[in-house]
Design a protein around this ligand. Structure first.
Ligand code: EPU
Length: 296
């Protein structure tokens, strides 16, 4: 029996040969063999069990905003948590399921007068993705606000309290296969107007410095110790450098933008170029912040 039929038999839906281009903010990448969007935690657990039994590799997708899928696509199953989209408020605590878009979380927190996460304004992530990589900006990180994590790992759901969490720069200490399904965040009660003003401030800061109007994956590289990857690539003279439809942004050199019809191979060539130039000119090794997956 093929995998989709096994899914159907269990009352689950599995799509086959799904282009990942619309599911990444870069708007590039080949197809996934399988695409699974569980509607609830139970479906997630059942689907993963089938995929594991069939030895199908699993790739979790958040908003696809920190992701580069190679042109040959993914030999395995992509799991989307988009249907995990509930938000619940209690005092200064908000419990958000992993698929909630950061933009919706911020807008709802603003209405309720809950402050803290405004620095994430304009980050096109999901809650699960942002927490998984401890997304940050303007000297703040989402990990500082996490009170509790709900994860799925090795067939079980667990709750991890704040005291057991270890976060670093763009890093959360969780096993590779652990899946964040929901997060409880602790924020600060203030007036809704104050939160909205802060959101607008951070969004305008980001718009001034970053090419938000073009498809990209945000910053490509992590900032090396005591330096800015953007400044290093800029000083290497690479702003505006092109390969096919991809370009090292003229606005912020740590962004690669898809000008029109870029392929993953074009973006990867620019990534290699930036790494080589920065290493040879400044002796600094840049490390990707984005996740690169799939076949070439
Ligand atoms: N700079 C240049 N040329 C450039 C870009 C930057 O000279 O092309 C200089 C700036 O003038 C500034 C310094 O480099 O003096 C730092 O630039 P910026 O303030 O833009 O911050 P960044 O270090 O490049 C970091 C995060 C961003 C986050 C901003 C906002 C990383 C890798 N990047 O950028 O995060 O939005 O701060 O605070 O940590 C992301 O993670 O995807 C991301 C974009």
């Amino acid at each position: 029996m093929n995998i989709a039929a096994i899914f159907r038999k269990q009352g689950l839906s599995l799509r086959e040969k799904v282009s990942l281009r619309p599911f990444t903010t870069f708007k590039v990448g080949g197809p996934a063999d399988y695409y699974f969007e569980p509607q609830n935690f139970l479906e997630l657990a059942r689907g993963i069990e089938i995929l594991k039994n069939e030895n199908i590799p699993i790739f979790l997708r958040g908003a696809g905003s920190n992701l580069l899928v190679r042109d040959g696509g993914i030999r395995g199953a992509v799991i989307s948590l988009d249907a995990f989209d509930s938000l619940a408020f209690e005092g200064e605590f908000v419990r958000a399921e992993a698929g909630v878009p950061i933009a919706r979380l911020l807008a709802t927190c603003a209405e309720k007068g809950l402050s803290g996460l405004e620095f994430l304004a304009g980050v096109p992530a999901t809650v699960g993705g942002a927490v998984r990589m401890n997304a940050g900006a303007f000297g703040k990180e989402i990990g500082d606000f996490v009170q509790e994590l709900n994860i799925y790992h090795h067939g079980q759901f667990y709750t991890i309290p704040r005291t057991s969490l270890k976060c670093g720069y763009r890093y959360l200490d969780l096993p590779e296969e652990a899946i964040i399904v929901a997060v409880t965040l602790r924020l600060y009660p203030v007036s809704p107007t104050e939160v909205k003003e802060k959101l607008l401030f951070f969004l305008s800061q980001r718009k001034n410095k970053q090419p938000l109007n073009m498809p990209s994956a945000g910053c490509i590289f992590k900032n090396p110790a005591a330096a800015s990857a953007g400044a290093l690539i800029d000083h290497a003279g690479l702003k505006g450098f092109r390969c096919g439809g991809a370009e090292i942004s003229r606005k912020h050199a740590n962004f690669i933008v898809n000008c029109a019809g870029a392929r993953a191979s074009h973006i990867l060539a620019l990534i290699e170029l930036a790494k080589e130039r920065v290493l040879s000119l400044f002796g600094i090794e840049l490390e990707e912040e984005i996740r690169v997956v799939g076949e070439g």
